[in-house]
Design a protein around this ligand. Sequence first.
Ligand SMILES: C[S@@+](CC[C@H](N)C(=O)[O-])C[C@H]1O[C@@H](n2cnc3c(N)ncnc32)[C@H](O)[C@@H]1O
Length: 192
Amino acid sequence: MRVVVLRIGHRPERDKRITTHVGLVARAFGASEMLLTGRDAHIEESLADAARRWGGSFTLHSGVSWKGEVMRWKEAGGAVVHLTMYGTNLPDVIDEISHCERDLLVAVGAEKVPAEMYQLADWNVAVGNQPHSEVAALAVFLDRLFLGRELEEDFAGGLKIVPSARSKKVLYPEHPNDSNYPGGKGSEEIGP
Ligand SMILES: C[S@@+](CC[C@H](N)C(=O)[O-])C[C@H]1O[C@@H](n2cnc3c(N)ncnc32)[C@H](O)[C@@H]1O
């Protein structure tokens, strides 16, 4: 199942950090792409940099029309999930979504999401019916959808963290001689 995140209503003057976090969560929790309404060079650069350094094939497409993307997605046979505190609570609908066998477009808002989105979505889903954040809602939704397996995904071609209980250890397998990578010698160990 391919999952793409649609970020609706990004306001460049207010949402840079949170939209960047939506993109980082999308990438780290198993989505393959983020679509962003509006353009923001800062976000394009931050997410491209994360993908360059940390590997994998996550991409960002900005300047899209949310409605155009939703219509195109549905015409291609995909399903649309809109995350909103007003929706059906996640535990009551996650099995149905997981078994739908269609690619998923997962929409998250910033401020006010156009009323039409609620009609166009196949599911309006609440991650608990309390207000919180698009970053938290997206992370919990993707983790339930992928049953935690996304946390073991290998992001090819990037830096690798060697999990450690007490120190920081990073491997630089693809760039052993690149002086832009700290250490420039294949690995770096930072003690406590
Ligand atoms: C600042 S919140 C606005 C809250 C909004 N009135 C709503 O419909 O959820 C921005 C975004 O966070 C997400 N969000 C916030 N709380 C949520 C919840 N409990 N369940 C699902 N999504 C949530 C939604 O995607 C929302 O558009």
